[in-house]
Structures are given as structure tokens and as C-alpha cells.
Design a protein around this ligand. Structure first.
Ligand code: ATP
Ligand code: MG
Length: 273
């Protein structure tokens, strides 16, 4: 049975209550168990690899994948697993950290616009301009009258990108507060994961409900036909990988790409000994 990505898509006008969406659920997956889920990924990886090569060869279209989540939500792991095997030429990850002084000296979209994909490219945003209505809002880094206007800016910015030829998909990895606790604890317990632990992550954790509310606003106000949000239940990593792969693959398939026509006369060329 086909995996219908529309089941995860936020339609314009939808009301979102994240507490109603079970983070351990596996919508559209009809396999038996985790083992079967894990086995499905390499097949998806191969399909994505072929589509990325086609996108690159055609060189006319571009894909932007935005990924947002709470801390330890699995952004890095998703990128690693979903894009496994894809030719790194033509795929780039842009990670948006706390803004530098230079970035703060400009409008919030300045650093973002310079990272969008060019023709033939896939760019993955690990965090994005959405931080400017998430952490910035909850941590009160700018006054409300400034961040409130940003929903409109963002919708217009993404519309411009889409009108000019960029396909955009936005993915929210939805984990539970308990799952976050386990993953943060794991970062403390395992020496090879210690580097990922940041005491600063405990701040946003203590404001969990405020962040969920901020995410709900983002999903309701900025999911458009041209730049839709998908809410992916993400406590189960194997399901998360399958769902995100399906979203990326089906989006690329909808682009109707073609390999560029070969140069004329190829059939007459003989490669010399
Ligand atoms: P991991 O989940 O593996 O820890 P990460 O995405 O959290 O990876 P970090 O370097 O740990 O990467 O954190 C980036 C930090 O930068 C986050 O706390 C995020 O909220 C913050 N940040 C990103 N953009 C902005 C922004 N525009 N204003 C303020 N803080 C921001
Ligand atoms: Mg972090």
C-alpha cells in the first residue's frame, strides 16, 4: 500500500493541537513491526539517490527541506539516515545556530536567504528562519510586536522562493516530553554522546508548553500550498526516517524531471582504443 504523505500534511486553515497527535504513532505505515520498518529504509534510500541524481543532471529545479524540532528531536539523525547514500555533490546541510554579531546586525532573513539551494541542488535547513518565531518568541529575544509580523514576512519570503522555482517542504519532528528526557539522559550517560549535551537545552525543556504553543502557531500560520508543513510523529526513529524519506521522495517525483537531452550524434561516436 502506498504511503500517503498528505495524511501528515498541514492544510491551510487547519487548527493544530499537538497534544492530539500521538508522537509514538505510525500513520500510513502498514508494515508489521520495527524490523520491517528498518528494512524498508535502504529501498527508500536508493529511490532518493536516483531522484537526486536526476535533479542534479536536469539542473533546472531546486529543493529546500526545512527541519524543525525540539532539542534532541532527531534533526541530525534524520538527515543522516534519510540522505544516506545520496551523492554529496548537490546536497548541502545549512545549520542555523545562535546568530553571530554580524547576523544580528541584519534582518533575520539575511543569513537564511544566502543559503537557499541553486538549480539542481537540495539544501536541508537544520533549524531555520522559524527559530525567529520560536526561540526568539519564547525566550523573548525581541518584543512581541516584532516577532508577530514575522509570520507574514515568512509566508511572503517562501512564496517568492516558490514563484522563482524553489520547491519547499517543511518538516516538524514531533517528540514527546518523555522521549526528550530519555534522549537528553542518553547524552549524559554515554561518553561518546556527551558532546551533544548542552545544559542550555534544559531552559527550553522547562518551557515545553510554551514551545508547543509556538510550534502550533507556526504550523497554523505558515503552512501554505507552496510551502507546506508536515508533522511527523518522531518518537520512533525508524518510522520518522521512513516518513521523511517518503515526503522527500514523493515531492521530487512530483517535479516531472527529465535527464537533459544528449548531444546530437552520440550514436556515431566511437571511443578510440
Ligand atoms: P542538537 O539538537 O544536536 O543539539 P542543535 O540544532 O540544537 O543540535 P546547537 O548548536 O546545539 O544545535 O543549538 C543551536 C541553538 O541555536 C539552539 O538552541 C537554537 O535555539 C539557537 N538558535 C538558532 N537560531 C536562533 C535565532 N535566530 N535566535 C536565537 N537562537 C537561535
Ligand atoms: Mg542543541
Amino acid at each position: 500500500m502506498a504511503f500517503d504523505i498528505n495524511a501528515l500534511r498541514v492544510k491551510p486553515g487547519d487548527k493544530i493541537d499537538l497534544s492530539d497527535i500521538d508522537t509514538r504513532s505510525t500513520p500510513e505505515w502498514d508494515g508489521d513491526d520495527k524490523d520491517e520498518g528498518k528494512a524498508a529504509l535502504p529501498v527508500l534510500n536508493e529511490r532518493l539517490e536516483a531522484l537526486q541524481e536526476l535533479l542534479y543532471a536536469e539542473g533546472k529545479q531546486r529543493l529546500l527541506v526545512v527541519i524543525q524540532a525540539m532539542d534532541a528531536g532527531g534533526k541530525d539523525g534524520t538527515v543522516r539516515h534519510v540522505f544516506e547514500g545520496v551523492n554529496p555533490t548537490g546536497v548541502r546541510v545549512a545549520s542555523f545556530k545562535r546568530p553571530t554579531d554580524e547576523e544580528l546586525a541584519h534582518d533575520y532573513l539575511w543569513r537564511v536567504h544566502s543559503q537557499v539551494p541553486g538549480n539542481g541542488e537540495i539544501t536541508i535547513f537544520n533549524r531555520s528562519h522559524y527559530e525567529d518565531v520560536l526561540v526568539v518568541r519564547v525566550a523573548e529575544l525581541v518584543p512581541e510586536n516584532r516577532w508577530k509580523k514575522r509570520f507574514d514576512h515568512i509566508v511572503n519570503f517562501e512564496e517568492m522562493l516558490a514563484d522563482e522555482g524553489t520547491t519547499i517542504i517543511k518538516i516538524f519532528l514531533h517528540i514527546s516530553k518523555d522521549e526528550q528526557k530519555e534522549r537528553l539522559q542518553d547524552r549524559l550517560d554515554r561518553p561518546e554522546k556527551n558532546w551533544k549535551f548542552e545544559e542550555g537545552d534544559l531552559g527550553p525543556r522547562s518551557q515545553w508548553d510554551d514551545y508547543q504553543k509556538a510550534f502550533e502557531d507556526v504550523l497554523e500560520k505558515t503552512s501554505t500550498d507552496q510551502a507546506p508543513w508536515y508533522v511527523v510523529p518522531a518518537d520512533r526513529k525508524w518510522y520518522r526516517n521512513i516518513a521523511v524519506s517518503e515526503i522527500v521522495i514523493q515531492t521530487l517525483e512530483s517535479l516531472n524531471m527529465d535527464f537533459p537531452p544528449p548531444e546530437g550524434g552520440l550514436d556515431k561516436i566511437v571511443i578510440p582504443d
